[in-house]
Structures are given as C-alpha cells and as structure tokens.
Write a protein that binds this ligand. Structure first.
Ligand code: ATP
Ligand code: MG
Length: 412
C-alpha cells in the first residue's frame, strides 16, 4: 500500500470513530477495481468542512476549496516521521449535490448532502463509486461496478443534461474511454455528438489539459478516433482534418507509452506546414516552452535522423547531444516506420545514444585560447574556424590537436 493510501485510511478511521460516514471516492476506487495504482486517494464524508477542521485541528488542515466543501488533511507528525515521501494532504470532500449550472462549466451553488446525492452529481458511473475501507465493501449507487466489468463509459443520469451542465465532461469522456480502452455507451456518445459544437465554451487551456492526458496514453490514435467519431475533433483539433490520414495512422501506431509531446509531433508530421499548426495549438492550449521545444526539435530533426547512416556524422551528432535527443529519436523511429524508410538510420542513432559520453561528444581538439596563441585576430573568424575544426573532428578527419593546428595555420 502506498503512503498516500495509508494516510487516506487514517483519515477515514478518524472520521468514522467520530461518528461520521467516510469513504474513499471516485478515481481511486475505479483504478483499484481495474487493478491500477491510483494516482491519489480522495475521501468523501458527511462531516461538514468545519467539523473536519475541528476533528483534525486547524494546523493539520488546509481549506482548499472550503466553499466547495474540500479540506486538505495533512498527515499527523508521527505519521510524517515514518514516511519518506513528501507530504501531500489527503483531500476530504463533504458529500454534496450541485445546484444549477448556468455557465456550462461550474455549478452556481453546492449543497451538502448524503453519499447517494454525491454519487449522482459525479460525471460517469465508473467515477461514481465509493469504497468503505473499514467494512471493506464497495458502495455503488450508480451501477459503476457493472460498467467497469463491461468496460463501458456511461454518464450518471441523463447524458444530455450532464453534458449541457458541464461541457468539459465531453473531453473527459474521450480521455477515460481512451486511457482505459473502454467503449462508450451509445446514448452517452449520442449526447456528446449533440453537444459537441458547444465545446468552444470551455477555455482552450482546460481543453489542453484533457487533450494532453488523452494524447499521452499509449492509445493516442484511439483518442483521435473517438474525437472524430464524437464530432469533437473539428472544434478541438481542426488541424486533424488536414492530416494525411494514412500517414497519421501509421505514425501513431505503436503500442508503447507515447508522451504528449511526441504524440503531438507525430500528428504534426502528417500535416502540411506543421509549424503553423503548432503555433496555433500552442496559443490555444497554452503549451509550455518545454513542450514547444520538444515538438519543434522532433519535427525539424526527424527527417535528418532517419537518414543518419548516409550523412556526415557532423550533421547527425548535434541532434544526438540535444537535450531532447530521446524524444527526437522516438519520433524519428515512428517516421521511419510510417514512411517505410530503411531502419538503418534509426539503428545507428539508437546505438550512438548508448555510446559513452567521450565517444558521442568528444572534447574539442582546440578552443579559442589556442586560436589566440596562434595569433588569429579576434573576430567572427574564431567561431567559423572552431566550427570547421569540430566538423572535421566529428567526421573523423582530424584526430589530434596537431592536425587541427595545422589546419588553422593553413586558413589564416
Ligand atoms: P484521475 O485523477 O486519475 O484523472 P479522477 O477520476 O480522480 O481521475 P478527477 O478529475 O481527479 O478525476 O476528479 C475526481 C472525481 O470527481 C471524479 O472521479 C469524478 O467522480 C468527479 N469529477 C471530476 N470532474 C468532474 C466533472 N467535470 N463533473 C462531474 N464530476 C466530476
Ligand atoms: Mg483524481
């Protein structure tokens, strides 16, 4: 059991000894039933926020979203000493039912309620489960256990109402179906198709958060398929309409974990003018500088890398010492496969990544000081000479400093 799980268990025990009802709730119950390690353990209870704070003490609690009834409970000092992991508070949420939704994203008001009402306000049946860790039983008001067994994503209650309340749920539907490899119940899918055009009322940033998660699963291609089948892709990722579908299918066909940036780079490689598309996506989804850098490097360098074995080493080596080399090679491998290019370029690149540092990135034979000693006048010529020497070194033409010095003397 993870430290997180133990802390959540301690919280449930304290609440239950004080006479409250308390369960593990939502994603952690779903993941545990699926045999996956839950990301975090959320607790739901009938204790109101003030009662939770009183029970655990003001100094051990954080009023996260007190208005939404969420309190963070920190592990007690003795538990913390036993634990080597960083302290993460357990989120304890009071059972609630949500009021009307008028902005298509958040309820106007929330009311504290009982466990059943709290299950009913959640999005999908597989996310509406509770687990009582003391009695060791699942509390299922929504048919979630059966849907997990059937691998089916279904809204709780009327799908049309649920998607018009909160449009983001449409992308959560895509995300859960994709990452879990579930199918989507027909009435739920139908309702998404009906509301797809209103996804624009969700901020691009929130859309980006969901899309990252969908696209970092090892079923990214399925995710794009769901987006298209549900009528969402032309609003969320219109670039897809312009993609070479056959190439895209082949680029993303790979049954191993792709992270978001490499998946995005693969998608863009199937599009004309990938950099324009990247600029627009960056703007919409608020991509980080690092994400943009990885995607850009992968797009720029993969056509070179798949020919690595036919090029001078001085052209290939700088790519392999790039900080994003692994991602670039991964995307290049996808490109080579998708275009039926010979695999020898990728093999060489993969091999070179395993070389010891001094072989992959040998120390330069000469530096600026050497040029000064040789009486080369300072100026742009320095950089040019050093570059020329480096290229010859990497290409194996020069092996010694003497050869480099002789070359420089010949140039000035
Ligand atoms: P994970 O954390 O692995 O992404 P999760 O199911 O825990 O999955 P969260 O976004 O952390 O997802 O939300 C926790 C729980 O809150 C969900 O399981 C679900 O019951 C409920 N929930 C989250 N977002 C919504 C929403 N937009 N509408 C209704 N219920 C929601
Ligand atoms: Mg969660």
């Amino acid at each position: 059991k993870s430290a997180q799980a133990i802390e959540a268990l301690v919280v449930v025990k304290r609440l239950s000894e004080a006479g409250f009802t308390a369960y593990f709730a939502g994603g952690c119950v779903r993941d545990a039933l699926l045999g996956k390690a839950p990301k975090d353990f959320d607790v739901a209870t009938d204790a109101v926020p003030a009662a939770i704070q009183e029970l655990f003490g003001k100094r051990k609690t954080l009023a996260f979203g007190a208005s939404f009834g969420v309190i963070g409970v920190l592990p007690s000092a003795s538990d913390r000493r036993k634990s080597i992991v960083p302290i993460t508070p357990t989120e304890v949420a009071t059972f609630r039912s949500d009021g009307l939704y008028s902005d298509g994203r958040r309820p106007d008001s929330v009311h504290f309620g009982n466990a059943e009402a709290d299950a009913q306000r959640r999005d999908f049946t597989i996310n509406g489960l509770f687990y009582d860790p003391i009695k060791r039983r699942i509390v299922d008001y929504v048919g979630g256990v059966e849907d997990i067994e059937r691998q089916l994503l279904r809204t709780i209650g009327n799908p049309h109402e649920r998607f018009s309340e909160d449009k983001l749920r449409m992308l959560r539907a895509v995300r859960f179906t994709t990452t879990l490899g579930f199918s989507i119940a027909e009435p739920t899918a139908d309702a998404v198709r009906g509301h797809a055009a209103s996804i624009g009322s969700v901020s691009g940033e929130r859309i980006g958060v969901e899309m990252r998660r969908t696209m970092s699963s090892n079923h990214a291609l399925d995710g794009l398929g769901h987006l298209q089948a549900l009528g969402l892709s032309r609003y969320v990722l219109p670039e897809l309409e312009k993609a070479d579908r056959r190439l895209l299918d082949r680029l993303l066909t790979e049954d191993r974990t792709q992270d978001f940036s490499t998946s995005l780079a693969c998608i863009l490689l199937a599009i004309d003018e990938p950099m324009n598309a990247l600029r627009s996506i960056t703007e919409r989804w608020k991509l980080s500088n690092e994400e943009v850098r990885v995607v850009t490097s992968a797009i720029h360098h993969s056509p070179t890398l798949i020919r690595a074995n036919t090029l001078p080493w001085a052209e290939v080596q700088p790519i392999l010492v790039d900080r994003d080399a692994e991602a670039i090679v991964e995307v290049s491998a996808a490109l080579a496969r998708a275009t039926d290019a010979p695999s020898s370029g990728i093999h060489l690149a993969l091999e070179a990544l395993k070389w010891p540092r001094e072989r992959l990135d040998p120390n330069p034979l000469i530096g600026g000081d050497d040029l000064k000693d040789l009486g080369v006048p300072t100026g742009p010529v320095y950089a040019k000479l050093l570059r020329q020497v480096r290229q010859r070194q990497l290409n194996g033409e020069f092996e010694t400093k003497a050869q480099a010095v002789a070359f420089v003397k010949g140039q000035v």
